[in-house]
Write a protein that binds this ligand. Structure first.
Ligand code: SAH
Length: 394
Protein backbone atom coordinates (compact mmCIF):
# COMPACT_ATOMS: atom_id res chain seq x y z
CA UNK A 1 0.00 0.00 0.00
CA UNK A 2 1.33 3.44 -0.74
CA UNK A 3 0.07 6.83 0.25
CA UNK A 4 0.44 9.54 -2.33
CA UNK A 5 2.53 12.51 -1.38
CA UNK A 6 4.37 11.09 1.60
CA UNK A 7 7.29 9.01 0.63
CA UNK A 8 8.46 7.18 3.69
CA UNK A 9 9.24 3.48 3.68
CA UNK A 10 10.88 1.67 6.52
CA UNK A 11 13.20 -1.13 5.62
CA UNK A 12 13.49 -3.61 8.45
CA UNK A 13 16.29 -5.74 7.08
CA UNK A 14 19.10 -5.89 9.60
CA UNK A 15 22.43 -4.99 8.07
CA UNK A 16 24.86 -7.39 9.71
CA UNK A 17 27.93 -5.45 8.58
CA UNK A 18 26.78 -2.31 10.35
CA UNK A 19 25.52 -4.25 13.34
CA UNK A 20 28.99 -5.64 13.73
CA UNK A 21 30.37 -2.14 13.75
CA UNK A 22 28.00 -1.26 16.56
CA UNK A 23 26.14 1.26 14.42
CA UNK A 24 22.79 -0.47 14.83
CA UNK A 25 21.60 -1.24 18.33
CA UNK A 26 18.01 -2.06 17.56
CA UNK A 27 18.58 -5.17 15.47
CA UNK A 28 17.13 -3.40 12.45
CA UNK A 29 17.75 -0.32 10.42
CA UNK A 30 15.34 2.28 9.16
CA UNK A 31 15.92 3.36 5.61
CA UNK A 32 14.59 6.79 4.78
CA UNK A 33 15.00 6.70 1.04
CA UNK A 34 11.78 5.05 -0.02
CA UNK A 35 9.45 4.78 2.92
CA UNK A 36 5.68 4.72 2.51
CA UNK A 37 3.65 5.97 5.44
CA UNK A 38 1.12 3.27 4.56
CA UNK A 39 3.53 0.81 6.15
CA UNK A 40 2.81 2.23 9.56
CA UNK A 41 1.20 -0.84 11.01
CA UNK A 42 1.37 -1.81 14.69
CA UNK A 43 4.77 -3.40 14.37
CA UNK A 44 6.33 -0.43 12.63
CA UNK A 45 4.89 1.99 15.17
CA UNK A 46 6.24 -0.20 17.95
CA UNK A 47 9.69 -0.18 16.39
CA UNK A 48 9.63 3.58 16.04
CA UNK A 49 8.84 3.92 19.74
CA UNK A 50 11.46 1.34 20.67
CA UNK A 51 14.27 2.78 18.54
CA UNK A 52 17.46 3.49 20.47
CA UNK A 53 20.33 3.87 18.01
CA UNK A 54 21.21 7.44 17.07
CA UNK A 55 21.09 6.42 13.44
CA UNK A 56 17.57 5.01 13.58
CA UNK A 57 16.31 7.92 15.64
CA UNK A 58 17.70 10.39 13.12
CA UNK A 59 16.07 8.49 10.25
CA UNK A 60 12.71 8.56 12.04
CA UNK A 61 13.11 12.24 12.84
CA UNK A 62 13.91 13.11 9.24
CA UNK A 63 10.97 11.13 7.92
CA UNK A 64 8.62 12.91 10.36
CA UNK A 65 10.08 16.31 9.47
CA UNK A 66 9.66 15.57 5.76
CA UNK A 67 6.01 14.63 6.24
CA UNK A 68 5.46 17.76 8.29
CA UNK A 69 7.05 20.07 5.71
CA UNK A 70 5.13 18.45 2.87
CA UNK A 71 1.76 18.35 4.55
CA UNK A 72 1.76 21.41 6.86
CA UNK A 73 4.61 23.64 5.70
CA UNK A 74 7.46 25.05 7.75
CA UNK A 75 5.53 27.43 9.97
CA UNK A 76 5.13 27.11 13.71
CA UNK A 77 1.76 28.25 15.01
CA UNK A 78 1.62 30.03 18.35
CA UNK A 79 -1.15 29.91 20.92
CA UNK A 80 -0.62 32.16 23.90
CA UNK A 81 -1.34 30.03 26.98
CA UNK A 82 -3.58 31.65 29.60
CA UNK A 83 -3.98 29.43 32.66
CA UNK A 84 -6.92 31.40 33.94
CA UNK A 85 -7.87 29.37 37.02
CA UNK A 86 -6.47 26.54 39.12
CA UNK A 87 -9.75 25.79 40.87
CA UNK A 88 -10.68 22.23 40.07
CA UNK A 89 -13.41 19.76 41.00
CA UNK A 90 -11.40 16.80 39.70
CA UNK A 91 -8.96 14.70 41.65
CA UNK A 92 -6.66 13.26 39.00
CA UNK A 93 -3.98 11.18 40.67
CA UNK A 94 -1.12 12.71 38.67
CA UNK A 95 -2.01 16.39 38.83
CA UNK A 96 -0.56 19.02 41.14
CA UNK A 97 -3.71 21.17 41.18
CA UNK A 98 -6.08 18.29 41.99
CA UNK A 99 -8.98 19.16 44.27
CA UNK A 100 -7.54 17.49 47.36
CA UNK A 101 -4.17 19.21 47.21
CA UNK A 102 -4.68 21.66 50.07
CA UNK A 103 -1.21 23.16 49.64
CA UNK A 104 -2.29 25.01 46.48
CA UNK A 105 -3.41 28.61 46.75
CA UNK A 106 -6.40 28.85 44.42
CA UNK A 107 -6.96 31.72 41.96
CA UNK A 108 -9.15 32.75 39.08
CA UNK A 109 -8.11 35.64 36.85
CA UNK A 110 -10.60 38.46 36.35
CA UNK A 111 -12.25 39.01 33.00
CA UNK A 112 -10.19 42.18 32.55
CA UNK A 113 -6.94 40.28 33.20
CA UNK A 114 -7.86 37.58 30.68
CA UNK A 115 -8.72 40.17 28.03
CA UNK A 116 -5.47 41.96 28.75
CA UNK A 117 -3.51 38.73 28.12
CA UNK A 118 -5.45 38.26 24.87
CA UNK A 119 -4.76 41.80 23.71
CA UNK A 120 -1.10 41.27 24.41
CA UNK A 121 -1.14 38.13 22.23
CA UNK A 122 -2.93 40.01 19.46
CA UNK A 123 -0.42 42.86 19.60
CA UNK A 124 2.43 40.37 19.29
CA UNK A 125 0.78 38.75 16.27
CA UNK A 126 0.22 35.38 17.99
CA UNK A 127 -3.09 34.83 16.19
CA UNK A 128 -4.52 32.36 18.71
CA UNK A 129 -4.73 31.66 22.38
CA UNK A 130 -5.55 28.74 24.67
CA UNK A 131 -7.72 29.27 27.71
CA UNK A 132 -6.79 26.52 30.12
CA UNK A 133 -7.99 25.90 33.66
CA UNK A 134 -8.90 23.32 36.21
CA UNK A 135 -12.35 21.96 35.80
CA UNK A 136 -15.61 23.37 37.14
CA UNK A 137 -19.10 22.56 35.97
CA UNK A 138 -21.19 25.19 37.76
CA UNK A 139 -23.32 27.73 35.90
CA UNK A 140 -21.23 30.65 37.11
CA UNK A 141 -18.13 29.13 35.54
CA UNK A 142 -19.86 28.25 32.25
CA UNK A 143 -21.16 31.82 32.00
CA UNK A 144 -17.76 33.28 32.88
CA UNK A 145 -15.96 31.30 30.16
CA UNK A 146 -18.61 32.27 27.59
CA UNK A 147 -18.22 35.90 28.57
CA UNK A 148 -14.42 35.69 28.38
CA UNK A 149 -14.58 34.12 24.90
CA UNK A 150 -16.96 36.85 23.68
CA UNK A 151 -14.85 39.61 25.17
CA UNK A 152 -11.65 38.24 23.63
CA UNK A 153 -13.29 37.99 20.22
CA UNK A 154 -14.59 41.56 20.48
CA UNK A 155 -11.40 43.09 21.84
CA UNK A 156 -8.82 41.53 19.54
CA UNK A 157 -10.15 42.29 16.06
CA UNK A 158 -7.69 43.82 13.62
CA UNK A 159 -7.24 44.17 9.88
CA UNK A 160 -5.33 40.89 9.82
CA UNK A 161 -7.75 39.14 12.15
CA UNK A 162 -11.20 40.62 11.50
CA UNK A 163 -12.82 38.00 13.75
CA UNK A 164 -10.27 38.39 16.51
CA UNK A 165 -7.94 35.75 17.93
CA UNK A 166 -8.56 32.05 17.38
CA UNK A 167 -9.55 30.46 20.70
CA UNK A 168 -8.80 26.96 21.93
CA UNK A 169 -10.46 25.90 25.18
CA UNK A 170 -8.94 23.37 27.55
CA UNK A 171 -11.26 23.14 30.54
CA UNK A 172 -12.11 19.49 30.71
CA UNK A 173 -15.35 17.56 30.61
CA UNK A 174 -18.51 19.60 30.32
CA UNK A 175 -22.12 19.04 29.33
CA UNK A 176 -23.10 19.20 25.69
CA UNK A 177 -25.03 22.39 26.41
CA UNK A 178 -21.94 24.05 27.87
CA UNK A 179 -19.71 22.99 24.99
CA UNK A 180 -22.36 24.32 22.57
CA UNK A 181 -22.61 27.59 24.47
CA UNK A 182 -18.87 28.17 24.32
CA UNK A 183 -18.74 27.25 20.63
CA UNK A 184 -21.49 29.72 19.95
CA UNK A 185 -19.57 32.37 21.88
CA UNK A 186 -16.69 31.93 19.43
CA UNK A 187 -14.33 29.24 20.69
CA UNK A 188 -13.53 26.97 17.77
CA UNK A 189 -10.95 24.50 19.05
CA UNK A 190 -11.02 22.26 22.12
CA UNK A 191 -8.24 20.24 23.68
CA UNK A 192 -9.28 17.31 25.85
CA UNK A 193 -6.53 14.83 26.52
CA UNK A 194 -7.60 11.27 27.10
CA UNK A 195 -4.39 10.88 29.19
CA UNK A 196 -4.37 7.17 28.19
CA UNK A 197 -6.65 5.27 25.84
CA UNK A 198 -6.10 2.09 27.85
CA UNK A 199 -9.10 1.72 30.17
CA UNK A 200 -7.11 0.03 32.97
CA UNK A 201 -4.42 2.71 32.92
CA UNK A 202 -7.03 5.48 32.74
CA UNK A 203 -8.66 3.96 35.82
CA UNK A 204 -5.35 3.95 37.68
CA UNK A 205 -4.91 7.65 36.89
CA UNK A 206 -8.31 8.81 38.07
CA UNK A 207 -10.74 8.43 40.98
CA UNK A 208 -13.68 6.14 40.31
CA UNK A 209 -16.15 8.93 39.56
CA UNK A 210 -14.05 10.15 36.61
CA UNK A 211 -14.81 7.54 34.00
CA UNK A 212 -13.21 6.50 30.76
CA UNK A 213 -16.63 6.38 29.10
CA UNK A 214 -17.48 9.95 30.07
CA UNK A 215 -14.23 11.29 28.66
CA UNK A 216 -14.64 9.40 25.38
CA UNK A 217 -18.19 10.68 25.16
CA UNK A 218 -17.01 14.26 25.71
CA UNK A 219 -14.57 13.91 22.81
CA UNK A 220 -17.34 12.64 20.55
CA UNK A 221 -19.65 15.48 21.60
CA UNK A 222 -17.02 18.12 20.85
CA UNK A 223 -16.52 16.73 17.39
CA UNK A 224 -20.23 16.54 16.71
CA UNK A 225 -20.64 20.19 17.70
CA UNK A 226 -18.11 21.28 15.09
CA UNK A 227 -15.04 22.04 17.19
CA UNK A 228 -11.57 21.29 15.91
CA UNK A 229 -10.76 18.62 18.44
CA UNK A 230 -7.47 17.78 20.05
CA UNK A 231 -6.51 15.00 22.37
CA UNK A 232 -3.36 13.45 23.74
CA UNK A 233 -1.80 11.26 26.36
CA UNK A 234 0.91 11.37 28.97
CA UNK A 235 4.01 9.46 27.96
CA UNK A 236 6.10 7.32 30.28
CA UNK A 237 3.46 6.74 32.95
CA UNK A 238 4.04 4.07 35.58
CA UNK A 239 2.68 0.81 34.21
CA UNK A 240 2.49 2.05 30.61
CA UNK A 241 4.00 -0.13 27.86
CA UNK A 242 5.06 0.69 24.31
CA UNK A 243 2.08 -1.37 23.16
CA UNK A 244 -0.20 0.93 25.12
CA UNK A 245 1.33 3.93 23.35
CA UNK A 246 0.84 2.24 19.97
CA UNK A 247 -2.83 1.81 20.91
CA UNK A 248 -2.95 5.51 21.77
CA UNK A 249 -1.58 6.42 18.34
CA UNK A 250 -4.11 4.19 16.61
CA UNK A 251 -6.90 5.69 18.73
CA UNK A 252 -5.86 9.21 17.61
CA UNK A 253 -6.20 8.00 14.04
CA UNK A 254 -9.51 6.19 14.55
CA UNK A 255 -11.02 9.20 16.31
CA UNK A 256 -9.95 11.44 13.44
CA UNK A 257 -8.71 14.19 15.76
CA UNK A 258 -7.35 17.44 14.34
CA UNK A 259 -4.79 18.26 17.01
CA UNK A 260 -2.47 16.40 19.34
CA UNK A 261 -1.07 17.69 22.62
CA UNK A 262 1.04 15.18 24.48
CA UNK A 263 4.13 15.15 26.60
CA UNK A 264 6.09 13.24 29.19
CA UNK A 265 4.60 12.35 32.54
CA UNK A 266 6.37 14.30 35.27
CA UNK A 267 5.61 13.36 38.87
CA UNK A 268 4.34 16.01 41.28
CA UNK A 269 5.33 15.59 44.94
CA UNK A 270 1.85 16.33 46.23
CA UNK A 271 0.06 14.02 43.80
CA UNK A 272 -0.54 10.39 44.83
CA UNK A 273 0.44 8.75 41.53
CA UNK A 274 4.12 9.52 42.08
CA UNK A 275 5.95 6.54 40.63
CA UNK A 276 9.34 8.23 40.38
CA UNK A 277 11.01 4.85 40.94
CA UNK A 278 8.89 3.07 38.31
CA UNK A 279 9.30 5.44 35.38
CA UNK A 280 12.17 5.96 32.94
CA UNK A 281 14.82 8.65 33.47
CA UNK A 282 14.05 12.18 32.29
CA UNK A 283 16.24 11.49 29.28
CA UNK A 284 14.38 8.28 28.43
CA UNK A 285 10.93 9.88 28.80
CA UNK A 286 12.00 12.83 26.67
CA UNK A 287 13.34 10.53 23.94
CA UNK A 288 10.17 8.45 23.99
CA UNK A 289 8.01 11.58 23.83
CA UNK A 290 9.94 12.79 20.78
CA UNK A 291 9.50 9.44 19.05
CA UNK A 292 5.77 9.56 19.90
CA UNK A 293 5.58 12.97 18.20
CA UNK A 294 7.39 11.60 15.15
CA UNK A 295 5.14 8.52 15.03
CA UNK A 296 2.03 10.69 15.34
CA UNK A 297 3.25 12.91 12.51
CA UNK A 298 4.00 9.95 10.25
CA UNK A 299 0.66 8.33 11.02
CA UNK A 300 -1.67 11.35 11.08
CA UNK A 301 0.24 13.58 8.66
CA UNK A 302 -1.69 16.85 8.56
CA UNK A 303 -2.83 17.34 12.15
CA UNK A 304 -1.43 20.09 14.36
CA UNK A 305 0.93 18.69 16.99
CA UNK A 306 2.13 20.74 19.94
CA UNK A 307 5.65 20.78 21.30
CA UNK A 308 4.44 20.98 24.89
CA UNK A 309 5.88 22.77 27.89
CA UNK A 310 6.40 19.44 29.66
CA UNK A 311 9.09 18.62 27.06
CA UNK A 312 10.93 21.72 28.14
CA UNK A 313 10.63 20.73 31.79
CA UNK A 314 12.83 17.72 30.97
CA UNK A 315 15.33 19.53 28.76
CA UNK A 316 16.21 23.15 28.16
CA UNK A 317 15.74 22.56 24.43
CA UNK A 318 12.79 20.16 24.74
CA UNK A 319 10.33 22.18 22.72
CA UNK A 320 12.76 22.84 19.85
CA UNK A 321 13.46 19.13 19.75
CA UNK A 322 9.70 18.57 19.58
CA UNK A 323 9.59 20.82 16.51
CA UNK A 324 12.43 18.89 14.91
CA UNK A 325 10.53 15.62 15.44
CA UNK A 326 7.39 16.85 13.68
CA UNK A 327 5.52 19.25 16.00
CA UNK A 328 4.21 22.54 14.57
CA UNK A 329 2.49 24.29 17.47
CA UNK A 330 3.95 26.04 20.50
CA UNK A 331 2.04 27.49 23.39
CA UNK A 332 4.05 30.39 24.80
CA UNK A 333 3.25 31.16 28.40
CA UNK A 334 1.27 34.39 28.82
CA UNK A 335 -0.30 33.70 32.23
CA UNK A 336 0.43 36.64 34.55
CA UNK A 337 3.61 35.91 36.52
CA UNK A 338 1.88 36.62 39.84
CA UNK A 339 -0.22 33.44 39.59
CA UNK A 340 1.97 31.29 37.38
CA UNK A 341 3.62 29.32 40.17
CA UNK A 342 0.16 28.37 41.46
CA UNK A 343 -0.59 26.46 38.26
CA UNK A 344 1.95 23.71 38.80
CA UNK A 345 0.59 20.53 37.27
CA UNK A 346 3.96 18.83 37.72
CA UNK A 347 7.29 19.58 39.37
CA UNK A 348 9.92 21.64 37.59
CA UNK A 349 7.55 23.53 35.28
CA UNK A 350 9.67 25.97 33.23
CA UNK A 351 9.20 29.71 32.55
CA UNK A 352 7.72 30.31 36.01
CA UNK A 353 9.16 33.75 36.38
CA UNK A 354 9.96 34.92 32.86
CA UNK A 355 7.46 37.52 31.79
CA UNK A 356 5.53 37.06 28.58
CA UNK A 357 7.76 39.55 26.76
CA UNK A 358 10.86 37.46 27.50
CA UNK A 359 9.04 34.24 26.59
CA UNK A 360 8.01 35.74 23.25
CA UNK A 361 11.50 36.85 22.22
CA UNK A 362 13.18 33.70 23.46
CA UNK A 363 10.68 31.54 21.64
CA UNK A 364 11.09 33.22 18.27
CA UNK A 365 14.84 32.66 18.51
CA UNK A 366 14.34 29.05 19.53
CA UNK A 367 12.01 28.42 16.60
CA UNK A 368 14.39 30.01 14.11
CA UNK A 369 17.30 28.04 15.58
CA UNK A 370 15.73 24.86 14.17
CA UNK A 371 15.14 26.32 10.72
CA UNK A 372 11.45 27.06 11.07
CA UNK A 373 9.50 30.31 11.11
CA UNK A 374 6.67 31.71 13.18
CA UNK A 375 3.27 32.08 11.56
CA UNK A 376 2.12 35.51 12.71
CA UNK A 377 -1.35 37.04 12.56
CA UNK A 378 -3.22 33.86 11.68
CA UNK A 379 -5.25 31.28 13.60
CA UNK A 380 -3.05 28.52 12.27
CA UNK A 381 -5.82 25.92 12.12
CA UNK A 382 -5.12 22.27 11.52
CA UNK A 383 -4.96 21.26 7.85
CA UNK A 384 -6.67 18.03 8.91
CA UNK A 385 -9.75 19.99 9.92
CA UNK A 386 -9.93 21.77 6.56
CA UNK A 387 -9.68 18.38 4.84
CA UNK A 388 -12.38 16.93 7.11
CA UNK A 389 -14.72 19.82 6.34
CA UNK A 390 -14.10 19.64 2.60
CA UNK A 391 -14.86 15.90 2.66
CA UNK A 392 -18.06 16.47 4.62
CA UNK A 393 -19.22 19.05 2.06
CA UNK A 394 -18.38 16.88 -0.96
N1 SAH B 1 -8.80 20.53 33.33
C1 SAH B 1 -8.35 20.48 31.96
C2 SAH B 1 -6.88 20.86 31.86
C3 SAH B 1 -5.98 19.89 32.52
S1 SAH B 1 -4.30 20.36 32.66
C4 SAH B 1 -8.65 19.13 31.37
O1 SAH B 1 -9.02 18.21 32.08
O2 SAH B 1 -8.51 18.97 30.17
C5 SAH B 1 -3.71 19.98 31.06
C6 SAH B 1 -2.90 18.69 30.93
O3 SAH B 1 -1.76 18.70 31.76
C7 SAH B 1 -3.62 17.43 31.33
O4 SAH B 1 -4.52 17.03 30.35
C8 SAH B 1 -2.47 16.47 31.54
O5 SAH B 1 -2.22 15.69 30.38
C9 SAH B 1 -1.27 17.38 31.81
N2 SAH B 1 -0.69 17.05 33.13
C10 SAH B 1 -1.27 17.16 34.33
N3 SAH B 1 -0.47 16.66 35.29
C11 SAH B 1 0.65 16.23 34.67
C12 SAH B 1 1.86 15.60 35.11
N4 SAH B 1 2.06 15.31 36.39
N5 SAH B 1 2.80 15.31 34.18
C13 SAH B 1 2.60 15.60 32.88
N6 SAH B 1 1.48 16.17 32.41
C14 SAH B 1 0.53 16.48 33.29
Amino acid sequence: MSVAGTAVRINWQPRPDKAKLGLVEDGFEFSASDIHAGFLDRETLHRILAAQSAQNIETIRRAAEKTLLERCGDTVRLRGLVEFSNRCVCDCNYCGIRRSNRAVKRYTLSLAEIVECAQWCAAKGYGSLVLQAGERRDEKFAAFVAEAVRAIKAETCSTELPEGLGITLCVGEQSEATYARWFEAGAHRYLLRMESFKPALFAALHPREQTYAARREALATLKRLGYQVGTGVMIGLPGQSLDDLVDDLLAFRDLGVDMIGMGPYIPHVQAPLGGADQIGSAQARLGLSLRMIAAARLLLKNVNIAATTALQALSETGREQGLRFGANVIMPQVTPVRVRSQYTLYDGKPCLDDNAEQCCECLRKRIESVGRRVLYQAWGDSAHFAQRRALAKA
